[in-house]
Design a protein around this ligand. Structure first.
Ligand code: NDP
Length: 263
């Protein structure tokens, strides 16, 4: 899986995805719940890129977990995408009383070959501990909110111990709780590190993900930002710079909390 992909939450047409392909992105993160899997499929077909060159992630909705129609929703996702398989199928949220059964249903999809890998999203330590008792396939990935104000060190340690790869959502703090993104992207520590390399705070954050071995999926509809966000493979942070960014943590969420979401 590419270490950097494009998140497409909220996108309503193919423009940004095509511009990402042009900039060199090959990984796209969508979800049944975003209602735009069809746009991802259309962009892939318009791009002329081969399916094998791409890494497509989509996610199982909470509604399908509650209703127990996981396979039917998965098939609808494939139909929406116009694809025969997805590279990664994630459980979007761990719905209480449903997520263990949902994981077992996802294992069947994995074994069918139509989901090349399966993983989870928004799982905390206790979800992993419970699922461990029943899983026969270890989740390939845990996609969690993660940025310099929410560094998630304890959870990263658990994921590593279980062989679950980490992935950052809202890597630029771009969730829906006000001014976190603006504050993060003008942070003086990130700005100073960026000046040394001729990079923006956003690029420093994305490189910090890469240097920590965390996949990141920033979202942007702005062509210049789409390009800039992937222009991070010509420098690397020092151990001291990584420590300085880690120290910005204040356990600040910008999106829903997996311990008490209500959707
Ligand atoms: P991001 O942290 O990616 O931030 C996106 C915001 O940052 C947008 O407002 C964008 O503006 C702006 N931005 C992007 N690049 C730059 C830049 N270089 N400089 C300045 N501003 C920039 O937040 P998201 O919440 O969108 O998260 C990314 C992806 O993660 C989502 O699209 C989705 O795929 C996934 N996600 C998954 C969740 C889950 O539960 N599993 C939950 C939330 C997100 P503009 O577009 O105008 O350029």
């Amino acid at each position: 899986m590419p270490m950097l992909g494009l998140g497409v939450f909220g996108m309503e047409d193919t423009t940004a995805i095509l511009s990402a392909f042009e900039a060199g992105y090959r990984s796209i993160d969508t979800a049944f719940g975003y209602g735009n899997e069809n746009i991802v499929g259309r962009a892939v077909r318009e791009s002329g890129l081969s399916r094998e060159a791409l890494f497509i992630t989509t996610k199982l909705s909470n509604g399908a977990q509650r209703e127990g129609n996981i396979e039917a929703e998965f098939e609808q996702s494939l139909k929406n995408l116009g694809m025969e398989y997805v590279d990664l199928y994630l459980m979007h949220w761990p719905v209480k009383e449903c997520y263990l059964d949902a994981w077992l249903a996802m294992e069947k999809l994995y074994k069918s070959g139509r989901a090349k890998a399966i993983g989870v999203s928004n799982w905390q330590d206790y979800h992993i501990a419970e699922a461990k008792k029943v899983w026969s396939v270890v989740p390939a990935m845990n996609q969690i909110e993660l940025h310099p104000y929410l560094t998630q060190k304890p959870l990263l340690k658990i994921c590593k111990a279980e062989g679950i790869a980490p992935e950052s959502w809202s890597p630029l703090g771009g969730g829906n709780m006000g001014d976190v993104k603006e504050n993060l992207l003008t942070n003086e520590v990130l700005t100073a590190i960026g000046e040394k390399y001729g990079k923006s705070p956003a690029q420093v954050i994305l490189r910090w993900n890469i240097d920590l071995g965390i996949v990141a999926i920033p979202k942007s509809v702005t062509p210049s930002r789409i390009k800039a966000n992937i222009d991070i493979f010509d420098f690397a942070l020092t151990a001291d710079e990584i420590t300085a960014i880690d120290a910005l943590n204040k356990n600040q969420r910008t999106g829903p909390d997996p311990d008490n979401f209500n959707f």
